[in-house]
Ligand binder design. Structure first.
Ligand code: NAD
Length: 526
């Protein structure tokens, strides 16, 4: 019988449409083997000391640095993003996270003593420890094909888990490199494995598989809802990092040059295909016209083209389907009354890829699709606001709540507004940068997701937090049997003596219930 080959997933450059390479989709039987290997590897890995985990993560970081040119080139080929962004959004983000984890994992995960200040629990010795969850399934999108999955894989490994990663079917080659990086760094066989395939087949199989103990899903809100529901059915913990529609609030005292430069980068980096990309700008009316003039001018000057050229600042959208979607959203906004300030068409780059001009719209009509849908492209709306409160109200008027930025020269004012903005991260006079800092927690609220990756919170979310108590058994707890009116009287004394309002009331309670308290002491020492 002829050998039946697994279906192939081909990758094309979204800039040139040239074939970049291909991978074989993972077959169901192969997935079973991979999961069994991961389970075995995890059992051994969790016994390794923290220093061994740290050393592995450092070696992975060094492998990335040693192979930076090839890795960055592959990322550009698969996504079309500018070369500079392959470094800043992917390689540096990954290495920073690896190094943070390597340096800090022990201090976060090591067992810690839990003190018992309560008088009636003085004999207890409590400890809090973190145990690995087991085998973690990581399902990733394509927009940061190294930076995003690698930080999550590394966090899982740091916490003592094995990982099975399913990268996006649009960027499987970079995904495959993640397994290779860990292998070259000396990771035990089976500890980090990559499976390939479409979301509805291999992705869904991971989500539903009983050998997956926890999930980290990053992707659209629509798919996140499906994943969360399926994971919930089998009570599998799932971190969901979903879509965003970040607002930028430009206050009347903002540094205009900085705000315009920040708006250009925050809206158009990665061709706007950033979960935490700026999609809505609210500018104080006193700065609005000058801001718009410079912003439009800056957008027109961005160099669009083949990301392999280091001077290119804007690449293509990831797929034809995504470009069609962005064009439809822009058309719909204009039809509903938004004014097109620049862009809105396909630029002439001489390349066949899925390019779209950086596009700025004035106004966000209530009935337009983009009021509620994530754009995920090089398109942003600008709206004039009268005061800080209306900026906050508009910023919070979205089902998404991932990131937000406030631009002001008055840091105290900015921090006060930050408190009122509904988001997982709020930045002052900058946007998004903390995704690249290992210590900063990352995640959103509402339609932007559930849970946190990165930092201490990321490590804890891929651990079982366990409380362990040790008691020498010398004192019998007063709350054990037998019960009697003396016992009740004693506990009234404990309650009032410790927690009544003020010293007089506490003394009164101790005196009123002294017989019961004496009974509890005798009971404890008996
Ligand atoms: P997507 O939801 O289409 O796919 C994400 C991943 O899920 C892919 O690997 C896909 O194969 C898989 N998948 C699809 N259907 C599945 C299913 N039924 N079961 C299991 N897995 C399934 O998203 P995308 O287009 O790859 O990425 C873009 C989205 O990701 C945007 O909405 C963006 O905002 C979001 N994103 C969020 C963050 C964040 O940190 N919050 C970061 C990057 C991207």
């Amino acid at each position: 019988m002829p050998e039946v080959k697994a279906p192939e997933i081909a990758v094309v450059s979204p800039a040139t449409l040239a074939r970049v390479g291909c991978v074989a989709a993972t077959e169901p039987a192969e997935l079973e083997e991979i999961l069994a290997e991961a389970r075995h590897a995890q059992g051994l890995w969790e016994r390794e000391p923290f220093a061994t985990r740290s050393a592995l993560l450092r070696r992975v970081a060094h492998e990335i640095v040693a192979d930076d040119v090839a890795l960055a080139r592959l990322i550009v080929d698969e996504t079309g993003k500018p070369l500079a962004e392959a470094y800043t959004h992917d390689l540096l983000v990954a290495v920073e996270e690896l190094m943070w984890l390597a340096n800090r994992l022990e201090s976060v995960l090591a067992q810690k003593r839990l003190p018992f200040p309560q008088l009636v629990l003085k004999q207890k010795r409590g400890w809090v420890s973190h145990e690995p969850v087991g085998v973690v399934g990581v399902i990733s999108p394509w927009n940061f094909p190294l930076g995003l999955p690698l930080t999550q894989v590394a966090t899982a490994v740091a916490a003592g888990n094995a990982v099975v990663l399913k990268p996006s079917e649009l960027t499987p080659l970079t995904g495959a490199r993640i397994e290779a990086l860990f292998r070259r760094a000396g990771a035990p066989a089976g500890l980090v494995r990559v499976v390939h395939g479409h979301g509805e087949s291999v992705g869904a199989a991971l989500v539903g598989h009983r050998q997956i103990d926890a999930l980290v899903f990053t992707g659209s809100t629509e798919v996140g809802r499906i994943v969360g529901r399926r994971a919930g059915e089998r009570l599998c913990p799932a971190t969901l990092e979903l879509g965003g529609k970040d607002p930028m609030l430009v206050l009347d005292d903002a540094d205009l040059d900085r705000a315009v430069a920040g708006a250009l980068w925050g809206s158009f980096a990665n061709c706007g295909q950033v979960c935490s990309g700026i999609e809505r700008i609210y500018v104080h009316r006193s700065l609005h016209d000058a801001f718009v003039e410079r912003f439009v001018d800056g957008a027109r000057r961005l160099r669009i083209g083949d990301g392999r050229d280091p001077g290119i600042e804007l690449g293509p959208l990831i797929s034809e389907e995504q470009r069609d979607r962005v064009e439809a959203l822009v058309g719909d906004a204009i039809a509903h009354g938004a004014e097109l300030l620049t862009g809105g068409t396909r630029p002439s780059t001489g390349l066949p890829g899925w390019f779209h001009e950086p596009t700025i719209l004035s106004g966000e009509p209530a009935s337009a699709r983009l009021r509620d849908e994530e754009l995920f492209g090089p398109v942003v709306t600008v709206v004039s606001i009268d005061n800080d409160m209306s900026a906050v109200r508009l910023a919070n008027d979205s089902r998404f709540a991932l990131g937000a930025s406030i631009w002001t020269r008055d840091v105290a004012r900015g921090r006060e507004l930050a408190r009122q903005v509904r988001a997982g991260s709020v930045w002052l006079n900058d946007h998004l940068y903390s995704f690249g800092a290992g210590q900063a927690p990352w995640g959103g609220r509402g339609a932007s997701g559930v849970g946190r990756t990165h930092g201490r919170q990321g490590l804890e979310s891929l651990s079982h937090v366990k409380f362990t108590d040790s008691d020498r058994g010398w004192i019998a707890p007063g709350w054990w049997y037998p019960y009697s009116d003396r016992v009740v009287d004693g506990f009234r004394g404990v309650l009032g003596g410790l927690h009544a309002d003020g010293p007089t009331a506490r003394l009164k309670a101790l005196s009123a219930h002294r017989r019961g308290l004496a009974h509890l002491v005798r009971k404890a020492l008996s």
